[in-house]
Design a protein around this ligand. Structure first.
Ligand code: CTP
Length: 135
């Protein structure tokens, strides 16, 4: 039976850290499904609207070679439901979440992958805005 891997994220302003986690997640199975978090979820979670809308982020992530399917993640608390609904055998999260999803071990294997150092969407936004932005 095909082994389905699932992972989640905002994936705003696609960068090499995103690509690397997606490629490594895909390598853990035969099929990768990605939950792209909604604009509303981001506003509540990170306190800002993503630069790219949820529709744009869904299209961008869905166009990647390693990604077989995408869906909109509308609740952070619904991971168990998403894992089951999408028939995933493996849940992949960045190691900034290490330990947080161990309770899902009864429905899937839970893997935390190391983040790529020195890059994030937040850092890109700050770099592009420049030192004088907001003054
Ligand atoms: N990720 C990673 N390495 C990075 C940045 C992100 O492996 N340097 C992974 C995260 O662990 C997560 C996925 O990419 O599994 C999506 O993360 P996301 O929060 O969308 O990206 P960030 O760049 O961390 O965004 P922000 O700065 O807004 O928190």
């Amino acid at each position: 039976m095909a082994r389905t891997v699932i992972t989640f994220g905002t994936f705003d302003i696609l960068h090499i850290g995103h690509l690397r986690v997606i490629d490594r997640a895909r390598a853990l199975g035969d099929r990768l499904v990605v939950g792209v978090s909604s604009d509303e979820l981001n506003l509540s979670k990170k306190g800002r609207e993503p630069v790219f809308s949820q529709d744009e982020r869904l299209q961008i992530i869905g166009a990647l070679r390693s990604v077989d399917a995408v869906f909109l993640e509308e609740s952070l608390e619904a991971k168990r439901e998403y894992v089951v609904t999408h028939g995933a055998q493996v849940l992949v999260m960045g190691d900034d979440w290490a330990g947080h999803f161990d309770e899902l071990g009864d429905v899937c294997e839970v893997v935390y992958l190391p983040r790529t150092p020195s890059i994030s969407t937040t850092a890109i936004i700050e770099k592009v805005a420049g030192p004088t932005a907001g003054t």
